[in-house]
Ligand binder design. Structure first.
Ligand SMILES: [Zn+2]
Ligand SMILES: [Zn+2]
Length: 239
């Protein structure tokens, strides 16, 4: 299945093992948007992490796209677990809303993928890929097995697909987020989900202390930042 996101596809050079080659490369179109992400970008302006009925969410892709439009979101990625089925359905809704004169969010492709990072099971967001084919073994509704479950393999597949690889909610794992973020940077991840509501407030709010620590470290390591609500419920303003 080809996902139409501004013709992104093979712009991102990567070595056979998936670690980006050093030297100049053409920036991903999402990078300039992610450069403007801050603690208050979510939930009203950007949302790069949410779920629909295509995985374990409650909203249908159509309902989510409609709600995102009502909220006035500018950029949106739906990141169902091991599925990007929602993209096409949400895009159809957004196109219908445009025809009715609504200002709509720009929809980016997305999937949340399990991977093993430094012996720890983590979630990796694939964002803004143009060619879904390289992600095939990660979008069949369940986690991959064996070698494909390694974070390096996941990142390589995301890069082949023309997307950005983001370490999701880094402070929600068995291992310390500092260890995981450093290891992610070493493996060629592009960014870290920096602004996240670990306390699950009714109205999304970046958890102050932890998110600022994450933000400082990811800046030191030259990684991009994203924000997302990780919504599974009926309200895109909360978890
Ligand atoms: Zn997750
Ligand atoms: Zn999630």
């Amino acid at each position: 299945m080809h996902v139409n996101v501004d013709g992104i596809g093979s712009s991102r050079p990567s070595s056979p093992r998936g670690v980006p080659r050093p030297g100049p490369r053409s920036p991903h179109p999402l990078e300039k948007i992610l450069a403007t992400v801050g603690p208050h970008s979510c939930p009203g302006q950007y949302n790069f992490h949410c779920h629909t009925t295509c995985s374990d969410g409650t909203l249908t892709p159509e309902e989510l796209a409609t709600q995102a439009t009502e909220l006035g979101l500018e950029h949106l990625a739906i990141t169902d677990h091991h599925s990007h089925q929602a993209y096409g359905l949400a895009q159809q809704t957004i196109e219908a809303l445009v025809r009715h004169g609504h200002a709509v969010p720009k929809l980016w492709s997305g999937t949340e993928i399990n991977g093993i990072l430094h012996t720890c099971l983590v979630h990796i967001l694939a964002l803004g890929y143009g060619d879904a084919a390289p992600l095939m073994c990660y979008t069949q509704g369940q986690a991959a097995h064996g070698e494909a479950l390694g974070a390096a393999a996941v990142v390589a597949a995301i890069h082949r697909a023309g997307g950005l690889a983001i370490l999701a909610h880094p402070a929600r794992y068995r291992l310390d987020f500092r260890v995981l973020i450093r290891e992610a940077q070493r493996l060629g991840f592009d960014g870290v989900e920096t602004w996240y509501d670990y306390d699950m407030m009714p109205q999304w709010q970046a958890s102050p202390w932890i998110c600022h620590q994450v933000d400082q470290l990811r800046q030191d390591l030259g990684l991009l930042a994203t924000c997302g609500t990780d919504t599974h419920s009926t309200d895109l303003r909360g978890r």
